[in-house]
Design a protein around this ligand. Structure first.
Ligand SMILES: CC[C@@H](C(=O)O)C(=O)SCCNC(=O)CCNC(=O)[C@H](O)C(C)(C)COP(=O)(O)OP(=O)(O)OC[C@H]1O[C@@H](n2cnc3c(N)ncnc32)[C@H](O)[C@@H]1OP(=O)(O)O
Length: 300
């Protein structure tokens, strides 16, 4: 007998919460108090994280606090988590561009807020909150690009590592300034940077607080391309065009492709192979596969 609607909705909501708990890196077992840190972060207001979901399946996530070089206030950290949840539930999503308003990327945490949460408990909870959020961003079944204009400093540099790719505009700069703050990365940036550029280059960038310009980023394999324009609008159009070459095609196949690569990157080999098999099963004999068998495309 079908469940009454309210029970069905409750079940779905419960499943979604459990799913998000499963997805999260940290929970109560790690001493992580999400509701506590969210309440604390809400005390530091300013700026916003905006998301527009376009018909072509590409989302545009805007870090919007240009007066402070798009530094993350507390409410922006909470809004980033809310936008990531929206993106996890966007079943037509294929790609994502993350960029900053005012022709600059992000200069990390809002130092005004950082001063107020410099005690250990708040700092560790903020660290776990942002690691949870950026890990979910990294695992989205969408192909993601950080469009770096101007400066990506500190946590802003770490945010670029949670995207699949980075595109940089002329004159832009990524810089892990943590050492100057008496810190190491706390949002997961070190763990991801090692996997992107290797441990040697990562150690040099972190311990040397090197200015990574577009040319250096290309040499390190940290950036895919230096865009031709540093004009905000034209750079966004170039980023859309670059990403579209990878998101062109059936949404089910693009999302499955990101999932098999995520499995290959994160799982031990045999688990990755089994996950690939399971994901293969979701597209084999599916509409896109059957249509291709009729069309018999020539791959010239
Ligand atoms: C886990 C890492 C994480 C953490 O520990 O929580 C962090 O990210 S710590 C923060 C790391 N980031 C920084 O240290 C960057 C600090 N900012 C700068 O170095 C410079 O602002 C800049 C990014 C190089 C840009 O310099 P410039 O072009 O000269 O602009 P201004 O410095 O004049 O900045 C304009 C305006 O913005 C304010 N601002 C900039 N960054 C921040 C920030 N992270 N927090 C708060 N406010 C910031 C800056 O103070 C200016 O405002 P006014 O002083 O009111 O004019």
């Amino acid at each position: 007998m079908a469940l009454p609607l309210w029970k069905n909705l409750l079940q779905t909501t419960k499943e979604r919460i459990l799913q998000q708990r499963r997805l999260s890196l940290y929970n109560g077992a790690h001493g992580y108090e999400e509701e506590l840190i969210k309440k604390k972060l809400q005390q530091f207001a300013g700026g916003s994280i905006n998301l527009s979901k376009e018909d072509n399946g590409i989302g545009i996530l805007t870090l919007n606090n240009p007066r402070l070089m798009n530094a993350f206030t507390g409410t922006m950290m909470v809004e980033l988590q809310e936008r990531i949840t929206e993106l996890e539930n966007w079943k037509d999503g294929k790609g994502l561009i993350v960029y900053g308003a005012g022709n600059t990327f992000c200069s990390g945490s809002d130092l005004n807020a950082v001063k107020e949460i410099s005690n250990s408990q708040d700092g560790m909870n903020m660290c776990m909150f942002m690691q949870n959020t950026l890990t979910r961003l990294m695992r989205l079944p969408l192909i993601s690009v950080a469009l770096v204009q101007g400066k990506a400093f500190g946590g802003g540099a770490e945010l670029t590592t949670a995207c699949d790719f980075r595109l940089m505009t002329p004159g832009s700069e990524i810089r892990f300034v943590h050492k100057h703050m008496g810190l190491v990365p706390g949002w997961g940036g070190a763990a991801r940077l090692v996997r992107i550029v290797g441990s040697g280059a990562a150690l040099q960038l972190l311990s040397g607080t090197a200015r990574v310009d577009p040319e250096k980023a290309l040499r390190l394999g940290f950036s895919e391309q230096t865009l031709s324009s540093s004009d905000e609008t034209r750079a966004l159009e170039e980023a859309r065009a670059w990403l579209s070459q990878y998101t062109e095609g059936p949404v089910s196949v693009i999302r499955a492709m990101k999932k098999v690569v995520t499995a290959g990157r994160e799982l031990p080999l045999e688990d990755a192979l089994r996950t690939e098999k399971d994901i293969f099963g979701t597209v084999w004999g599916g509409p896109a596969n059957l249509q291709a068998l009729v069309r018999r495309p020539k791959h010239k």
